[in-house]
Structures are given as structure tokens and as C-alpha cells.
Design a protein around this ligand. Structure first.
Ligand SMILES: *Cc1c(COP(=O)(O)O)cnc(C)c1O
Length: 402
């Protein structure tokens, strides 16, 4: 292993390097082939080296990479049109990452509050949420590990338990400075936590009643992953603000903050900006991502493959004592383990899967997280099902013997 002492120690990467990819597969430096059931943490929804994306990037790079937002950018306007068409939103601000998309949302909420003469605007955020690593977004995040050591945190966030409507009503009764709710439709980093079917509808109602903005962090759930373009579309509601990143560029860095009529005109010239944000390369790429998801019918595939994986995992693992819960919405799949019944630390499963040439993730300490690409076929789904089921079964059986 090469230890590069010039990198900050922000990450603790596994001892493996990938050289190239194609579709759902990656090849390491020894030319060993791996099935990627994580796709760079829900980023490469179209898999690796998708020809339509490669072609778009190559063509755009040969024409123009960047001009800045001092000038009109055709590719940005076109992408905004596409995003508004598939989401029902009205306006878009482009950033370079998820955290920055959420920063834009937080700034919209605060300015929205100030415009209503609320001097100390508060945003309701959830326990076990994840919104990013910038100062404001880590303050909004509901995980002490993300915040510890970075105090003083950004103020103005009021914490509520996830999937608990009474808690929100209680906050509404006791605070007159709330301006928005920021929430993930499904918590990703928090452990693939799927709220009750009418949770978002109820949040929508409360926001309407109090004139708050409903702001959905769809950075992980968006772009078809849950079996709809956006997870809120399962609920037939419309948010006031929605943030995207991850799968939007299939690996080219891009984020977006979308707003409805209610919130779309809050930011005015001089209020916000980004040098790279919405440059021709990232926007052309994201447009090609949307076109490809449509032409290849990948949202339907995500929905059907997700149902297939959930049914198979439930059948194979659902009755085991060591498996607490199996959750899925489309291709966001979580298998929550009972850590006391697992022989080793749950995170060891990542390395064990790697030895079986499968890329998976463990989040929130004890939840196996699968985020396979939207292009996955049944045979590849079967490989994931069999490999993960065998590993989990073995990890639980070995406990008694150990
Ligand atoms: C990944 C993620 C973020 C942060 O995105 P970055 O691009 O890493 O800044 C924010 N919210 C959710 C729900 C995420 O999954």
C-alpha cells in the first residue's frame, strides 16, 4: 500500500484502488472485477463510463468548460428547464456539492424569515439527519460525531425526532420564529430510515398552516433512486425547496437548490453565488444524465429492482434473530443488524464483501446500506442478494461458535 503523507487524514480508505469501470462493474489495480452495489455513495446512478455521459463530457470539454455567471450559460438554462419539468419546481440555483446546495436552502429560509420581519429565524431539523460538512450544514446535521470539535455551531436549528409529527406540532406551539423544516424524505447516512407513508403530507400541512417552507434534502434520494424522480413524488406533494447533488452529475460535481414560486424569488442579485456553479461542463453532463434516465426507463427499473431486492432479502434474512429490520424504497436498501448477535463489528462486513468482489457500505454503525446503480439487471441483483445473504448468515452463525 502506498501511504501518501501529503493527504490530510480526513478519510480512512480501504486498501484498494480502482483503475476503470464499466456499467455496474469496477476493476482494481490487479484487474480483479467487482460488482459495485454502492456506486460511489449513490452518485454513479448510470454506472461507470456510461457512453452517453462520456460522449457529452468529451464534446463539452472540447468546446467550453467555464465562463462564469457573469455571462449567460445556455447549458444552465436548459438543465434548469429540465429539472423544473420533472420536479414541478420553478427556479434553480446551481452549486458544486450537496452541502453547498443545502447552504443555499438555509440562506433562502433565513432571508425568507427576515423578509417576514422574523429577526431570529429558526429551521427545524431532525435527529439522525445528514446535511453535509460545511459549518451550517454540519450544524443542521443530527449526528454529534459530525459536529464534535467544531463548536461554536451555527445557531438557528431546532432539533426534532424523525418521523414524529407531534414533536413538530409541539415546536410550532412553543416557537414563533420558525421559518422552515429541512428534512430528508428517507434518511440515508442515518440508516435508510423510511418514515410513515403520510409523514411528508403531514409536514406539508403543518408548513402550510404556519407559512413555513418545506425544504427537502433529496441529495441521496433524488434522480430516480427511490423509484420516482424525487422521493416526494411518492407523496404527491410539492416542497417549497429541494436540494440535489450526488447522482445529478453521475460523478461530475454538481449540486442544485430548487425552489417553488413561494421561495424562488427570495434570493436576489448579490445574495448568493458560486464561481464554478452551473458551469457548461457540469450542466451539459447533468442534462445527459436526465436524458439517459428517461430513454433507458431507469426509474421503472429502480422501482422494480428495488422491490425484487427487498422481497429476496426479506425471504432470506427476514426471520433471522440477528436481523432487526430490512428497509427499502426503490434502490435505497438498508439491512439493520442486531450488533450483539454479530460476531464482529458490523463494519467488517464491508471488507468481507470486498473479498467476495462486492462493494457495499455499513452506515449508522449497524445498517448494511446498498445503493446499486439504476441500470442494474436481475442477474446482478441476484449476485448482490446471494453474496450479502451468505455473509450476514455466516456472521450471525459464527457468533454462537465464537
Ligand atoms: C451526501 C449528502 C449530503 C452532502 O453532500 P456533499 O456533496 O458531500 O456535500 C447532504 N445531504 C444528504 C442527504 C446526503 O446524502
Amino acid at each position: 500500500m502506498t501511504i501518501n503523507n501529503h493527504l490530510m487524514k480526513t478519510y480512512a480508505p480501504l486498501d484498494i484502488t480502482f483503475k476503470h469501470g464499466e456499467g455496474v462493474y469496477l476493476w482494481d489495480t490487479e484487474n480483479k472485477k467487482y460488482l459495485d452495489a454502492l456506486c460511489g455513495i449513490a452518485v454513479c446512478g448510470l454506472g461507470h463510463a456510461h457512453p452517453a455521459i462520456t460522449k457529452t463530457i468529451t464534446a463539452q470539454a472540447g468546446k467550453l468548460l467555464h465562463t462564469s455567471n457573469l455571462y449567460q450559460i445556455e447549458q444552465q438554462q436548459h438543465l434548469a428547464d429540465q429539472l423544473c419539468e420533472i420536479s414541478g419546481m420553478s427556479r434553480v440555483f446551481f452549486s458544486n456539492s450537496g452541502a453547498e446546495a443545502n447552504e443555499a436552502a438555509i440562506k433562502i429560509a433565513r432571508l425568507y424569515g427576515h423578509k417576514k420581519n422574523i429577526d431570529n429565524p429558526g429551521i427545524i431539523v431532525m435527529e439522525n439527519s445528514f446535511h453535509g460538512r460545511t459549518m451550517a450544514t454540519l450544524s443542521a446535521t443530527g449526528n454529534r460525531k459530525v459536529q464534535a470539535g467544531f463548536e461554536p455551531l451555527v445557531q438557528g436549528f431546532i432539533r426534532a425526532p424523525y418521523n414524529n409529527i407531534d414533536a413538530i406540532k409541539n415546536i410550532a406551539e412553543n416557537n414563533n420564529n420558525i421559518v422552515a423544516i429541512l428534512v430528508e424524505p428517507v434518511q440515508g447516512e442515518g440508516g435508510i430510515n423510511i418514515p410513515d407513508a403520510d409523514y411528508l403530507n403531514q409536514l406539508r400541512d403543518i408548513c402550510d398552516r404556519h407559512d413555513w417552507l418545506l425544504m427537502l434534502d433529496e441529495i441521496q434520494t433524488g434522480m430516480g433512486r427511490t423509484g420516482e424522480w424525487f422521493a416526494f413524488q411518492h407523496n404527491k406533494i410539492q416542497p417549497d425547496v429541494m436540494t440535489l447533488a450526488k447522482a445529478l452529475g453521475n460523478g461530475v460535481p454538481i449540486g442544485a437548490c430548487l425552489a417553488s414560486d413561494k421561495a424562488g424569488d427570495v434570493l436576489q442579485p448579490g445574495n448568493h453565488g458560486s464561481t464554478f456553479g452551473g458551469n457548461p461542463l457540469m450542466c451539459a453532463t447533468a442534462s445527459a444524465v436526465i436524458d439517459t434516465i428517461k430513454t433507458e426507463n431507469l426509474i421503472t427499473n429502480a422501482k422494480q429492482s428495488g422491490q425484487y431486492l427487498l422481497a429476496a432479502f426479506t425471504e432470506k434474512l427476514g426471520a433471522l434473530d440477528g436481523v432487526r429490520k430490512i428497509r427499502a424504497l426503490g434502490l435505497m436498501i438498508g439491512i439493520e443488524l442486531e450488533p450483539d448477535l454479530v460476531k464482529h463489528d458490523c463494519s467488517e462486513l464491508v471488507k468481507m464483501a470486498l473479498n467476495k468482489q462486492l462493494l457495499i457500505n455499513v452506515t449508522a454503525g449497524n445498517v448494511i446500506r446498498l445503493l446499486p446503480p439504476l441500470i442494474i439487471n436481475q442477474q446482478q441483483a441476484d449476485t448482490i442478494i446471494n453474496t450479502v445473504s451468505d455473509l450476514v448468515t455466516a456472521s450471525l452463525q459464527n457468533k454462537a461458535a465464537a
